[in-house]
Design a binder for this molecule. Sequence first.
Ligand SMILES: Nc1ncnc2c1ncn2[C@@H]1O[C@H](COP(=O)(O)OP(=O)(O)OP(=O)(O)O)[C@@H](O)[C@H]1O
Length: 334
Amino acid sequence: MTENVILSVQNLKKHFDLGKGTTLKAVNGISFDVMEGETFGLVGESGCGKSTAGRTILGLYNRTDGKVLFEDQDVHSMTEKERNNFLKKMQMIFQDPYASLNPRSTIFEIIAEPIEIHHLNKSKEALKERVYELLEDVGLNRDHANRYPHEFSGGQRQRIGIARALALEPKFIIADEPISALDVSVQASVVKLLQKLQKEKGLTYLFIAHDLSMVKYISKRIGVMYLGQMVELTTSKQLYNEPLHPYTQALLSAIPIPDPDIEEKRERIILEGELPSPINPPTGCVFHTRCPMAKAVCGQLQPKWLEKSEGHYVACHLYDEEVLAIEQFETIAH
Ligand SMILES: Nc1ncnc2c1ncn2[C@@H]1O[C@H](COP(=O)(O)OP(=O)(O)OP(=O)(O)O)[C@@H](O)[C@H]1O
């Protein structure tokens, strides 16, 4: 079976103008393709630009540079009609189910709203049935329709958010940290629900997360972001078995291992220093100020996006034969 690219993000940049000549480079040149039906994980610590990337992909923000193609159509140069159509196909679910549900609306009104906005309701009765069906799809039931968001637990509210996102029968869902605000015990059940829905409805996910522990189970491929840039991209399996970038290695070392014997021997790579400001990112490799492996060249030269093995990309001088040959490749002391 050939894999179709459904979303292509090409050297995407989103800079915020903070006034007085100050620019914040939230997303600074990221590229990746998402295949139809897959889950692509976008991972990186808080502030690295994941949410901004998600919002720019959905067209909620204008791009500063680069391109986002959804089914070969440029998301940022659509007519109003094309955009309306696109917004039916791509939906977003958010981290905070508390904030994203209107407390004064019933669950019925919340889920029915997108259907009504897009004038897709044929009759009152049909709309009711559709909302009940959506509630059942996410493991809730029709008796929940007349209640209000505060009557539900965090996990149930996230299910309501998912039902609302499914209302327009999208093909693609951007899930922005959908489980981060939930209790650990509830996280797995929401992930399972997302997987079930993906299978049933052939959905494609862009799954945004700040740590690698849960994304491993849901993503086919993962892109690791640091300070607005992509530093590594490969299959989830490859990323865990053979992480190349020192930042990925540090992120992986932070994941606790359930086996107490192995956990005891786990070596954590503690990154020194603060995350630099995206207003004034470091020159050369953006990670060099915190990288335990940094060499002199890392502060001077921006690493190339290298394909080290099929589909395994990394932006790091440690893997660049040409740079390795340079004499000045010496470790710098932090
Ligand atoms: N509307 C905005 N105006 C100005 N700066 C912004 C705006 N939105 C985000 N930023 C800044 O852009 C950078 C990236 O933020 P973003 O929320 O995309 O990161 P993130 O990786 O999703 O982090 P988090 O998980 O904390 O949301 C941050 O420095 C943030 O302060």
